[in-house]
Design a protein around this ligand. Sequence first.
Ligand SMILES: [Cu+2]
Length: 491
Amino acid sequence: MRMPWIACGAIIAGLGLAVAAPPYRPLPALSDMPEIVSHDGVLSATLTAQAAKSHFGGVEVDTIVYNGSFAGPVLRVRPGDTMRIRLENRLTEPTNLHFHGIQTSPRGNSDNVHISVPPGQDFDYEIKIPSYQPAGAYWYHAHLHGLAEKQVGRGLSGALIVEGFTDGVPGLAGINERLFSLKSIEIEDSADPIIADEWHGVVQTINGAITVNETLRPHETVLWHLTNHDANQTVHLSLEGHHFTIVGRDGAAIPTAMEAEVLDIGPAARVEVLVTAGEPGDYKFATRNVLTGKGPTLSRNRIMGHLVVEGTPAISAEATLPAVADLSGAKVTGYRTFIFSQSKDAEQYYINGRQFDAGRMDTRVNLGDVEDWTIRNDSDDMHAFHIHQLSFQVMAVNGKPIPFGGLLDTVRVPEHGEITVRLPFTQPNIVGIFMYHCHVLKHEDKGMMQMIEVVDPGAAKHTDNGLVRWLASITKPAAMDIPLCTAGGSG
Ligand SMILES: [Cu+2]
């Protein structure tokens, strides 16, 4: 049980799915994504950030990637594991790492985005994944203020899977799982007519490829983890002749399964879906992107590949989703409002009229607080609210209460609308300083980010004047000249 004050046994949804029983024949790989898996509770990895030539449909593109792979190595862990990750910066500019959605410490050499690793240097991260981390799809990416959009947009991200999603879902034991990492890449001056005409120079990739083919047996049910690594864009994904049963969002099971014809996955969002193959045939994957800018613009439908359904039909079974903690009954200790706005030329972005300043602490809460935050979008543009180190519950959209739909770490804030989210600052390991921001990274880089400190009132008084000066120093544009930050800075 993640949040002990909540009685959460009541919300159980019967899916009534047709779930294939093992044994399966192995599915063909969508691509050759390298994987790094934890052993005996420890994941040891080296991620080398470097310039690389990546290939998309025969076109060579300059990218910056981890370990030579545009899709990025997939990290596979279990709740309670420790990740020891050496980041080798072989770029010509500073970079760092953020572990999106992981409910771990923001301090020292943990998930601390104040760290800036200069070019040519290495940094050793240690991330303790809590035992209560929900199993599902997460991701890691570069998160240096001012460079985040560029670095993530050119490839610096990868998927992070906390394994065990099906453990709490008896009907899904042994089900085949598949990861879809969605990233777009801008290709300038492509002579390839498909890329130039069909894709308008921005190509959507799945697992590093611009076309994918998947094969399922008739009536076979599979679990797909979809992660949107895009710097700015919302992805719509559809599959001809099929629908999706959404069972998880942002790395955690949701209380009630939802049917969807199209998956609408915002930047940084993840979704877990069950797909049950239809009759034998050939079905097309298609994606559209919602472009952020002056009002959302839907791109043309793009064919991403095919699902081939063939072979002997699979056998049916039943699946039941597990109970999920509901914060509706939590005692709220504080209320805040944050207004997301931008300049007319869409070059400056603000929260409550202020741009990010690493020398200013914007919000302080005490460990144990549960707060309701209203996030208002005062613009024509889409914004995506994200907070590090914890998940939240969306309580209302445009003032209208919405039914419990699970916990998220990233959520769309509608244009000229508002959302209210409930945030439990209750786990001791999140004590420290971290960020909340718009996850359209163009907006974050141009100011739409603030700092929060979770203070443990029972601990010795935290004196952060020196820390704030240090933070200010490391986020200046000349960060390349600053020596490698060492562990313990925010502790
Ligand atoms: Cu935004």
